[in-house]
Design a protein around this ligand. Structure first.
Ligand SMILES: [Zn+2]
Length: 352
């Protein structure tokens, strides 16, 4: 990189414009791997438009400038649970009503919507379009590296409840290793961005000092990914200090968040099971009434036959076959609701 790489990427300005970010994208265009990162981010976050992708970048708030990081990605997920109606349960496919509910939740500024199917309900997760900030002042080459790093995070990160489960790790260290090694997390971001930076400079000497020995001058990683994860977590200056800084307390926090999420899921399952149980009592009563009416019509049919009342026989025969079809449908609904109660009760017990 020539001396231009040392210039402040905002040219001393205070605001991030699309032109500033586009200049960083143009640097990436010279490096197929880095260009790929920009392309993938544009596809995932901006409908394929680099200009719209550039519009997602902001200048970082002072607290990020003070953190020692060169950028930050703000990505928010929301999730909602939607119970399935009878029509969806009977058909084994979403009814028009369920589809409309899911569409309603997906509407608005959602960038990505994922629908997770369960036998009795669906989980709808929606991601808002992320905001990405880069620090200023920062040399162009460092801003380029930070831009690649944040785009890796922004394109790949998933809802936290789908990440590693803190309760399944022996200790905080093991959990943090799994977190930074997750797709789109710190190992991916540092490996991708350091590689791009080494290729931009034609040397590794401007990389973050703790990472220099992990790359060759072509930006290729020369160590296992686990070793990079260790470096990211290790205290400064040997490492990047994430276990003491950015990820400090996240083990306990993520455990609490997940426990809260599970408690609300349990509550939803319990409510749904109780509602279905009540529905079952009403449906059972309806089945009783339907059977009683059917028996009465059959008796009447017998009488009509004795009388030889042809019109009455035709009318009752038609009514009886309609009643029989309705009863079959009602009994299927009862069976489906009853199965749901059993499943939900079992799932609620497992979710402890
Ligand atoms: Zn990061």
């Amino acid at each position: 990189m020539d001396a231009a790489g040392d210039r402040d990427w905002l040219d001393g300005g205070a605001e991030v414009t699309r032109a500033h970010v586009t200049r960083l994208f143009d640097l990436a265009a010279r490096d197929p791997a880095a260009n790929d990162v920009v392309d993938r981010a544009a596809a995932a976050l901006a409908g394929g438009s680099r200009d719209r992708l550039a519009g997602l970048f902001r200048r970082c708030a002072p607290e990020v400038d003070a953190s020692g990081e060169a950028g930050k990605t703000y990505l928010r997920w929301q999730s909602a649970l939607v119970s399935k109606d009878h029509a969806s349960l009977l058909a084994g496919a979403p009814s028009a009503e369920l589809s409309a509910k899911v569409r309603e939740l997906a509407a608005g500024s959602a960038l990505r919507v994922e629908v997770e199917d369960h036998p009795d309900y669906v989980v709808v997760r929606r991601a808002e379009t992320p905001a990405i900030c880069l620090v200023a002042p920062l040399p162009v080459a460092a801003a380029y590296e930070a831009m690649i790093h944040e785009l890796v995070h922004a394109s790949a990160r998933r809802s936290t409840d789908l990440g590693p489960d803190p309760a399944s790790f022996a200790d905080e260290r093991a959990y943090l290793m799994a977190v930074v090694l997750s797709p789109g997390d710190e190992v991916d971001a540092y490996v991708t961005a350091s590689g791009a930076r080494a290729r931009l400079d034609g040397t590794t000497k401007h990389l973050i000092p703790a990472l220099i020995s992990s790359f060759d001058t072509t930006g290729r990683l020369t160590k296992p990914r686990d070793a990079v994860a260790e470096i990211i977590l290790a205290p400064r200056p040997r490492g990047l200090g994430y276990a003491d800084a950015g990820l400090r307390g996240s083990y306990a926090r993520d455990k609490d968040d997940l426990a809260r999420l599970r408690a609300s899921r349990r509550e939803f399952l319990g409510k749904l099971a109780r509602a279905k149980q009540q529905e079952l009592s009403a449906l059972d009563a309806n089945v009783g009434v339907a059977r009683h009416n059917l028996a009465a019509r059959r008796t009447n049919l017998g009488i009509a036959r004795q009388r030889g009342d042809a019109a009455e026989i035709t009318k009752l025969t038609r009514q009886i076959s309609a009643d029989e079809r309705a009863l079959v449908e009602l009994e299927r609904t009862v069976a489906v609701v009853r199965e749901g109660v059993v499943r939900l009760t079992a799932e609620q017990a497992r979710a402890r």
